[in-house]
Design a protein around this ligand. Structure first.
Ligand code: HEC
Length: 130
């Protein structure tokens, strides 16, 4: 093999490795965009049981359960009828958005915008027991 041939062989190898790395990194870039830039699709109709209850359960009932609402100053958010009271007087949305002088709930930090929008949509749709 002449020196010249060896030079090209080496060069080609480097080039293909480089192109491979470039491809790999652009692939992972694509994945990242799909994972983080895609907004969740808004729901056509929000369901109390399917969408609202799980959010209240995991974020609020630690302090506002029917069994022990003592950490939540006695306010019970468990069960449709109990939650509806706070829907109707506006306090549920006020605490979630930290508006009109109401303290933010949960106290540890706001729900993500998407979840607040979901609860707000449920209220706008009539806050049905659906
Ligand atoms: C760590 C305990 C804790 C968690 C978790 C929590 N709360 Fe509260 N909540 C409280 C306490 C304490 C109060 C009473 C003091 C206050 O109003 O700041 C309260 C009060 C409230 C009130 C009445 C506000 C008023 O001024 O009348 C509402 C409504 C409420 N919480 C909703 C929620 C919702 C909705 C969640 C979940 C998204 C939640 N809370 C999560 C502790 C908690």
């Amino acid at each position: 093999m002449t020196n010249n041939n060896r030079f090209w062989l080496l060069n080609c190898t480097f080039l293909s490795v480089f192109v491979l790395i470039l491809n790999l990194s652009s692939c992972s870039q694509d994945n990242k965009e799909e994972l983080f830039e895609g907004e969740p699709e808004p729901l056509e109709m929000v369901s109390y049981l399917t969408n609202v209850v799980p959010l209240i359960q995991s974020n609020c009932l630690g302090c506002h359960s029917a069994a022990d609402p003592s950490f939540g100053a006695g306010h019970i958010l468990e069960g449709y009828d109990n939650l509806k009271v706070f829907v109707d007087d506006g306090r549920l949305i006020n605490v979630l958005k930290n508006e009109n002088g109401f303290s933010l709930m949960p106290p540890s930090g706001s729900l993500v915008d998407f979840d607040i929008a979901l609860i707000e949509q449920w209220i706008d749709e009539g806050a049905e027991d659906n």
